[in-house]
Unconditional design. Sequence first.
Length: 553
Amino acid sequence: MDPVIVVGAGPVGLALALALARHSVPTVVLDAGAGEVVRRSARTCVLSAPTVAWLPPLPGAGVRWRAWRTERRQQCLERVESGGPGHADPGDDVAPLHLEQHRLEIALRATVAGERLVHLVPRSRLIRLEQDATGVSAQTGGPDGTWWRGSHLVGCDGARSMVRKLLGVRFPGRTAVERHAVAALRTGLPRPDEAVLHRDPPGAGGEVTARPLSGGVWRFDWLLPPRGPVVTPEDLLTRAQETLAAWAPGERTGGREDADSGPAYELLDTGVHTAHQRLARHWRAERAFLAGDAAHLLGALGVQAVEEGLRDAANLAWKLALAWHDGPRGPGAAARERLLDSYEAERRSAVAARLRAVDQALPLVRRAGGGLRTLLPGAERAALELLTDGHLGRGRLGGPPEYPGSPLAPPPAAVTPVPARTRPGAPVTDVPVTALDGTRTRLRSRLGGRGGELLVLLVAPGTGVWDSRHWLQAGLMPELAAAVEALPLRAELLVAEEYPGAAPHTVLLVRPDGHLVAALHGARTDELVACADALLGGGRDAADPAGTAAGQG
């Protein structure tokens, strides 16, 4: 069968290709560039712990912040431990990871180089796209005008997406919602393991964030007027000097400094980051899809664009894989269409909700011409907390998406759900689990197709102290294992000592992208099959209002 064609070799395209490979689906990645990664220290991304776990290993890339501080002049308004209450240690792997985007791309390309199912083709700029009933044909420019044949095609080719243009998909939205002057500095600042948002730092004024990277490097962002004058390199140099002098006067860092100049520093990279807000009208056109910046632009108030693009890839990969394999245990033709339609229904609605949240927050956060100066103290604190939400991946601005109205949810009459702290459609908690072979790991490590298209997690207190050969033949396990084996898609059975809010003998069904399908009681084969059928696109009817509503926004 023809491979999936991925257009674009940025983080989203590469991650999608690797995710498809985990599902045994071959891909051809068309890279318009020469295969070289542009190294820009001022171009960074913040990834949540679930996204980092879904990606291939990123050895030595980035820094996990111990805390995030919000300050006004010399007063600390809020200090948030990176993982929330009880998770102060970044070693808990719950803190966000801040890294240069080029380091992420380098790590992904290194993994692609060793993956036989991914064929990366440099200097392959898309110029034409044709679809028919059995696949997609894509022509790339160059001396020979090469044609590529694929079962499906995914445009991960950025804000100026040629795929989107060739599909004729509109891309409405707003321009220059926020602007920041950006610089990467190697310097020594107090608390090198904490990020800070500083409003009105003494002597410097304005609003600035400083976030540590590896190797003693910091990324600084200074808020600019949305449509102000051009920022020159000299302007950025002045901002850096004034900020450092006001922020940490006289701090000894091994360089030459005094109370007027602040810490010594090395300017590595500069730029201006402009956040636009746009949302493609459609994310699917027959066998072609859009993902990442080709489908949406966001980034105001700390919302992380790369993170959202990687969530697109995680959501689409397993669905494309099921459609690609489509054998006796896969979806039929009608179910396959509902399965693929669910990508747009879930992800477009989630990103639309994020954009609406930004629109609602902007008047509060950027009041009176882009600042917080005129707000009352209580209102200012609330506004700064919104900025913290975006940067730390929590709340409406930054929290992980939920898909409560998913068209892949099982029909309500087919299952009897039981309580768990995680709602259906929400991301699951990363608890310790044990596989049937006795391997002990964490739930996130089995996601992304590594364990199967469906994870079945049994809450069974006491199993952690026994060898797996003893509890495999006890209680619910034989019946549950047989039910899982009979499901119409590849599934893995795992056991956990406990899960937040779930009683013993609760069975949680988890999608490859880490979202909960349902929490059930015991080994009820008919309910397990109903959930699996729904994931294959055979659950709710396509005309069901709860399903179609998810695609609006």
